[in-house]
Design a protein around this ligand. Structure first.
Ligand SMILES: Cc1cc2nc3c(=O)[nH]c(=O)nc-3n(C[C@H](O)[C@H](O)[C@H](O)COP(=O)(O)OP(=O)(O)OC[C@H]3O[C@@H](n4cnc5c(N)ncnc54)[C@H](O)[C@@H]3O)c2cc1C
Length: 469
């Protein structure tokens, strides 16, 4: 059998997931990772009885592909889900306020003024509008009014995407909501219709991690006999050659290696991808290089449970810009998942910086601790000092889908189409979450398997190809 040669560069979740989809279909792949360890941003860290995460801590899923890959990787039994009744809070007027998740509670909630409630309810009557350039702020204000933007969407976009709703492109950051408006003319109507049509899955997300943390996911995805992993191997050159690609790298001993491959998947961040492609397609490289990234720091604090008066009966809280707090969100990791802190202790994780306050991501441990503790003392009744602290800096944490991102991403895709056998995966396209990474991996693997050049004879997956976003 004449099998295609497939090389994946980059061993974060994007590259690993793509590799795993191919391997599970019986197709061998080689994967190069510059770092000594696989996983990219995702890394779980055990220390002093605490289990902390460098980046992704929660997999929020509503896609069948994620379930399928987790099952195939033998991880179903190691999932730890948070309780379905977990509360979510936002800060309002210097206090934590529960965010209602059901419509009756939403209408009764003290979070909104009567005016705000009426404006939200009138979403059903708001005509279609906006354009592709519309920002998240403009879109939410137009559909629901300012209150929901300021109290919920602003903290959501800042807290989960490190982004700024005043600059983020609505169609790219909120693809499901903007699609509901396009299709049904109203988000509320679209959600109700979907519910009536029993498309409940689309609205019901499961939030989980794994025993041993998110690091378990990348470890298990990589663990397949058809994935040949070369860590400590940094790709340095690539060029179109004949019907495929000639790729060069430096390995951990400093030796040079090269491969001629039929299908090349670049699963590296946008700037690294730009560097690799510069000699082949300078225009594509420039488009990639112009994608902005936000810096972000993650501050983990371990404390005795009795040092905190709040019941910590939820997943944590997000912070609206107008509350002027030092961090974007605070997750109560030990409330979310078992085994995150020693008995009698709790683990609280704060996210500092992002597009709203990039300068704060440079805070050192003393600064991050001082400002964060001051806010936590007021909000959750924290007393004393933590017995554990870990600060993780990410100078380029997350790509920002800001400004002309939609056109830029289209131009990137159009140019990639002209380069045969080349595939770009990574969180600068199709969403930043781990869920989106796995879905994108499945789409890319499908494209490779179904490519007209494929002679592998491998079986395609048993589900319909997914559309991303
Ligand atoms: C602080 C933080 C919190 C987050 N929280 C969540 C969360 O709770 N839930 C969620 O779903 N998502 C979360 N995310 C998002 C998610 O973690 C990331 O989007 C995802 O891990 C990115 O994966 P990736 O493979 O695209 O990129 P990366 O993880 O950056 O992987 C790219 C890899 O390419 C390698 N590489 C680069 N250049 C080369 C080269 N020349 N040769 C070989 N290899 C190379 C790098 O070493 C790296 O390993 C969070 C992100 C951050 C930063």
């Amino acid at each position: 059998m004449n099998q295609q040669k497939i090389l994946i560069i980059g061993g974060g979740i994007s590259g690993l997931s793509t590799a795993r989809w191919l391997a599970d279909s019986g197709v061998p792949v080689e994967l190069w990772e510059a770092d000594q360890r696989l996983g990219g941003k995702i890394r779980s860290h055990r220390e002093s009885g605490y289990l902390t995460e460098n980046a992704a801590g929660i997999l929020m899923n509503y896609r069948a592909e994620v379930d399928q890959q987790i099952n195939a990787a033998g991880l179903s039994e190691q999932k730890c889900s948070r309780g379905s009744d977990m509360r979510r809070y936002v800060v309002q007027g210097g206090r934590l306020c529960e965010v209602p998740m059901q419509v009756p509670a939403l209408l009764a909630s003290p979070l909104w003024s009567w005016r705000g409630k009426l404006r939200m309810a009138s979403e059903l009557l708001v005509a279609r509008g906006g354009d592709e350039q519309e920002t998240v702020s403009q879109f939410i204000r137009r559909r629901f009014g300012s209150e929901i933007l300021e109290k919920v969407m602003d903290p959501y976009v800042a807290g989960t995407l490190a982004s700024d709703p005043e600059q983020a492109n609505a169609a790219s950051v909120l693809p499901r909501m903007t699609a509901l408006e396009r299709r049904y003319g109203s988000i509320t109507a679209g959600m109700l219709i979907n519910r009536l049509l029993h498309r409940q899955r689309a609205n019901r997300a499961e939030a989980f991690s794994f025993q041993g943390g998110m690091g378990k996911l990348v470890e298990q995805l990589a663990n397949h006999p058809l994935i040949k992993r070369l860590s400590g191997t940094r790709a340095t050159t690539l060029q179109l050659s004949g019907t495929g690609w000639q790729v060069g790298a430096t390995d951990r001993s400093g030796a040079q290696l090269s491969r001629q491959v039929d299908q090349l998947v670049l699963a590296t961040p946008a700037d690294a991808t730009a560097g690799l492609l510069d000699g082949q397609d300078a225009r594509l490289a420039r488009l990639l290089d112009a994608i902005e990234y936000a810096p972000l720091s993650v501050l983990h604090l371990g404390l005795a449970r009795k040092q905190i008066s709040h019941p910590l009966d939820g997943s944590g809280f997000l912070t609206p810009r107008r509350e002027g707090l030092s961090f974007n969100g605070n997750l109560w990791m030990s409330s979310l998942f078992a085994g995150r802190a020693p008995s009698g202790q709790v683990l609280l994780t704060s996210y500092i910086g992002g597009a709203r306050h990039p300068e704060r991501s440079n805070w050192n441990e003393a600064q991050a601790l001082t400002y964060t503790l001051a806010d936590l003392r007021r909000l959750i009744g924290l007393r004393g000092e933590p017995d554990y602290l870990r600060l993780v800096h990410h100078p380029r944490a997350l790509p920002l889908y800001h400004g002309d991102y939609l056109q830029r991403s289209r131009q990137i895709r159009a140019r990639v189409e002209t380069l045969p056998g080349l595939h770009l995966v990574g969180n600068y396209l199709d969403g930043v979450s781990v869920r989106d990474r796995i879905v994108q991996g499945s789409v890319t693997a499908q494209q490779i398997l179904h490519s007209s050049r494929s002679e592998s004879g491998a079986q395609a997956f048993s589900y319909r190809p997914a559309t991303v976003g």
